[in-house]
Design a protein around this ligand. Structure first.
Ligand code: BJ8
Length: 382
């Protein structure tokens, strides 16, 4: 694996380091809203003077507690997120004033009913398809409903100007994150995929958009300068991989780190903590609620049916990042990604002529050895 810089903070370390910062902010009266999904328009939360904090859980610790209420055969992300809330062991859940859920997959939408018994959970009704009649109008109505919910909860008025400013700040953040991820286009690779993913996830715990952007921009410049000086013009035989599928934070060590330690470079991610949300920005020229509805209906998650744009995006990434093979990560019992995996495999192998490996897993370490064997065999094919 390409060496990590000194003082590199792992995701659990960054998450833990954020606890005290979050407490200090709460003590100063900071508004905080918990979210679980890329479909939630964080611009509205910022416009309400609040901080959105991602609550998706990525560790197996709270899962046994969650299984007292939820079926065992459920996605680990859902069980772990609920388990943290149930056992009151996630400070970010504790500090959230309320939670915004969404009707994406069946597991999450039903879990939110139970979560509401622990902390008020407001659920956005996401249309199941972008092409369904009235999908855009209905999603815009949900944006308006959320705006009202935030106004009523905090007893404030959210102006169009405040939303426009939040859109501008978030678009800038998307640009900054995209430029960092585009370092993956450099060949030979400039940094590890492990670092790309960890740094993007971990930066969320700074809670300050501008500070977060500055840190990522500084690292982008540093990596680029070092690559120009030390790596440019050299040759590498390491296979270049794209990782796609479910959120990968909870399995990053046993898949992404493992495959890079075996001699490959993960150069890009089609995932919610990767390029997926960053490729298309909110249109700053349109009325704010229309612009938000359009942007947040256009996310290429497998819960959308049909979802052809995801394949097009994967195809573009394969070309632009000079990818040799694709690894798809399926969290156990995630039916939408699991079913869509068939289309992804067909597209990657038949249309793009690239190798494809699908790994279905959960947050436990039980399959670590088996995954390593399959990754090794995959790399031998490349
Ligand atoms: S926009 S990827 S964050 S829904 S919870 S769907 S893994 S069974 S997380 Fe997601 Fe929003 Fe889509 Fe992104 Fe499957 Fe698990 Fe459901 Fe999941």
């Amino acid at each position: 694996m390409i060496a990590l810089p000194k003082n590199f903070e792992t995701y659990p370390e960054a998450r833990k380091a954020g606890f005290l910062r979050m407490k200090a902010l709460k003590d100063q009266g900071q508004r905080v809203v918990g979210v679980f999904c890329s479909f939630v328009p964080t611009e509205l939360i910022y416009a309400a003077g609040a901080i959105p904090i991602g609550l998706c859980a990525f560790t197996e610790e709270p899962i046994p507690a969650a299984e007292a209420h939820l079926p065992r055969n459920l996605c680990p992300l859902i069980k772990a997120s609920y388990g943290f809330a149930l056992t009151d062991t996630c400070p970010y859940f504790y500090f959230s004033d309320f939670i915004i859920g969404e009707t994406t997959c069946d597991g999450k939408r039903k879990m939110f009913e139970l979560l509401d018994e622990i902390k008020p959970t407001y659920v956005m009704q996401l249309p199941p398809s972008k092409v369904a009649p009235h999908a855009l109008e209905s999603w815009k109505a949900e944006m308006v409903r959320l705006r009202r919910q935030l106004e009523e909860f905090y007893g404030i008025e959210i102006t169009d100007e405040a939303i426009r400013e939040a859109i501008r700040r978030k678009n800038h953040e998307r640009d900054v994150m995209l430029r960092f991820m585009e370092l993956g286009k450099l060949n030979p690779a400039a940094l590890s995929g492990y670092e790309i993913g960890t740094r993007l996830d971990a930066s969320a715990f700074s809670f300050d958009l501008e500070e977060r952007c500055n840190e990522i921009e500084a690292r982008t410049r540093e990596v680029l300068e070092s690559w120009e000086k030390n790596v440019k013009g050299t040759e590498s035989r390491r296979p270049r991989l794209l990782v796609t599928g479910c959120p990968n934070t909870g399995v990053r060590d046993k898949i992404i780190k493992a495959v890079e330690e075996m001699g490959a470079d993960v150069v890009c991610f089609d995932a919610c903590n990767g390029l997926r949300d960053k490729l298309r920005k909110v249109d700053e020229t349109k009325p704010v609620m229309d612009a938000l509805a359009e942007k947040y209906l256009d996310i290429t998650c497998s819960v959308m049916s049909p979802n052809p744009q995801r394949l097009t995006d994967i195809g573009d990434m394969i070309d632009q990042y000079e990818v040799d093979g694709v690894i798809e990560i399926i969290l156990q019992a995630c039916h939408t990604y699991n079913i869509e995996a068939y289309e992804v495999k067909r597209y990657v192998t038949e249309q793009k002529g690239k190798a494809y490996l699908c790994l279905e897993t959960d947050y436990s370490q039980a399959d670590k050895g088996q995954i390593a064997t399959r990754l090794g065999a995959f790399l031998e094919m490349l």
